[in-house]
Design a binder for this molecule. Structure first.
Ligand code: ZN
Length: 72
């Protein structure tokens, strides 16, 4: 049976239900709570430290490597 550790998310962080919301994620638009870990991008975007939020924000295109190299 697969076990997924969530220790790194629960250590040292307050209960999210009690923490005040300080801003919204620029990726998913969800609430970001006080003392949360976040990702900050070059253009000052603030995201949950989650690849889904990063993907939502930068909205990368999927293409073949040939298309990618030809479209420069
Ligand atoms: Zn988010």
């Amino acid at each position: 049976m697969l076990k997924i550790s969530t220790d790194r998310f629960s250590q040292g962080l307050p209960d999210p239900q009690d923490a005040p919301v300080v801003c919204e994620c620029d990726g998913c638009g969800g609430e970001i709570y006080e003392h949360s870990l976040v990702w900050v991008l070059d253009d000052d975007a603030i995201l949950h430290p989650d690849t889904d939020c990063l993907k939502d924000y930068i909205d990368p295109m999927t293409m073949t490597i040939e298309e990618a190299m030809a479209s420069d």
